[in-house]
Ligand binder design. Sequence first.
Ligand code: ADP
Ligand code: ZN
Ligand code: ZN
Length: 746
Amino acid sequence: MSAGDSSPAGVLKVAVDCPLRALLDYLPPPGMLATDLPAGARVRVPMGTRSAVGVIVAHAAHSQLESGRLRPVTELLDATPLFDAALLELLQWTASYYHHPPGEVCAAALPAALREGQSATAQEQGLQLTAAGSAALAAGEPQRAPRQRELLALLAAHETGLSAAQLEETWPGWRAAARALGERGWVELVLREAQPAAAGHAGGALSAAPTPVLELSEPQARAVAAIDACAGRYGTFLLQGATGSGKTEVYLRLVMRALERGAGALVLVPEIGLTPQLLERFRSRLGVPIAVLHSGLSDRERLAAWRAARAGVARVVIGTRSAVFAPLQTLGLIVVDEEHDSSYKQQEGGCRYSARDLAVRRAQRAGVPVVLGSATPALESLHNANLGRYQQLPLPRRADQAAPPRIALIDLRAHAVHAGLAGPVTQAIERHLASDGQVLVYLNRRGYAPTLLCTSCGWIAPCTECDARLTVHRGAAQLRCHICGAAQPLPTRCGRCGFAVRPVGQGTERIAETLAAMFPHAPLVRLDRDTVHGADDVEAVMNALLDGSARILVGTQMVTKGHHFPGVSLVAVINADQGLFSADFRAAERLAQTIVQVAGRAGRGTRAGEVLIQTEYPEHPLLQSLIHSGYEGFAADALAEREAARWPPFSRLALLRASGCTATAALDFLRHARDCAGPAPAARLLGPVPASMARRAGRYHAQLLVEHAGRGELHHFLDHWLPAIEQLPDARRVRWALDVDPLDIQ
Ligand code: ADP
Ligand code: ZN
Ligand code: ZN
């Protein structure tokens, strides 16, 4: 076979939505040249016996395949490219960096309807005047039908005609008149491209009174000036400031400046559904249409928002992880709020990309500044700042704010503990309630109790599908598995000996019950996934705290997600110890971030806050450095530890994960994968080992860690290793996936 048979019409390299790692070669449709079909447009292609949708990535003169085996594309779906050159390049880079099939990466960047081949532009019915119609109107026709005449005149006044929707609004009953006029050939009904409405623009959001413009503090002004001076050039800025230091105000100014220059802005946030306040603030301040993209949207809403961004109707896009691929007509700025948040990393299924890292990459390619904002930046980002790759812009507390909260450790071994609360904590709650404060009690465990124990034989209610204990949910009278979601009625007797069982340990439901009994006059609200399901529930909790009808808030991690609780004067962290002794080298970082984020909710009003952290290990170095030198001090120590242990950011990791139906299947596959790397692999391979929770939902999980000091070398190794793994016979018998720059390595 002669490699590279050339085709006179040229060849299209297409990223087809399928699990193949390569681009596929197709011929243009008969009578067309490959170059007639633009890169970035979608095509429908034959795939075996079915048809699929793909995106044209490139053109080539010839293919590695014999020309007889090449098939033409069935249909060109877009006259103009869906992805511009920069976005297309970002998608290709994503596929190669995360070693993921390019067709799946392109598909993930599109709303479902476009993945399936629907039109990228919205269509609408429009009514237009014909030439005969203008002539008739000029001649004073139709004389005996005033309504028809009125409609003709209305259309004559609108050069492009009127859409059915506009007519419906201004001229109810227009259809009868239009039908009569149509029969005489004076008007015609056409299907045409609609101007997409900006999602979220309707609904009166803009009629809200504009918030008065604040005068920037000096550090805010410095940050805005530094980033603004970078307009039109790439630069990464690490905007570091505690909650309430005014980061969002800085984002708003920068977005306004971008709009003034005629450019658009992409703003990434961790979880939009739960932070309606942020969206509202952008809407009322910017006064321009905003496209909102997040996972809580229906397919139709997502399509509408995507179209609005692509058409340039919405020049500002606010969205969660996948919005990093949003099409914007002219990108002038990217903002990543709470850049340390782990939800920016896709953790399971599909391409496991980091939207934060891709945002930096996108800014680089587009030549625009990118702002990473956080009170607790990821150690990776701080390291990049230390190396001078990112410019650090600190935002100290504003002068008009209360002093920073006083943080103290409460030794659980030294005090009487009642129902999970140490004496000094109970007393502090009483004190703050008595002086009109509000109290936030943080515990990262929902449910009533994490364990159901038999006091006679020691039996603990297990999940039958996971290596996990079942959590007691007392209100719902259920035992639930927080790993696989299985649920069963709450038993009163031991599953083994029939003796009475009792819940052991604390969950938010139980702490709330205890506090309600201790402080019956202080109304309490809960913020966790069992009690809060969407933006409305969050708003109800927020309002109860703002208007003072609630005095105590009990919550999980959810309380750290962007909410402001101005009346909270005391924060109690029930248990800091879960993250202190983990096998995951990132656990300490996550714990420190959580503590600092929770502590940041205190004392935002006029009074200084107090933060009490319950622990059995008050002498632990992590807690000590956090208390005495803050997140900065902790981060410096943690980075030194990482360097000594050769963990990221001082090395690069990839994790090969596998799961199978038996305990050995996944491990065997990973052993074979390891063997593929040869006797002296170019990267360090650690494992395979069972995952720290090996059995989940009936499947057995294991992993193999790949490490190299250099990023280039690691990817070079993966490029050669993965094709070999794909050839392994058991690669089809287990589920496996590669996770580049994994966040969670347990
Ligand atoms: P962050 O995003 O860092 O949490 P915000 O921008 O939300 O901080 O600011 C917190 C609060 O302080 C908001 O209510 C905001 O309106 C107010 N604020 C921000 N900047 C200023 C300023 N320069 N002067 C007065 N108030 C400000
Ligand atoms: Zn028992
Ligand atoms: Zn389970």
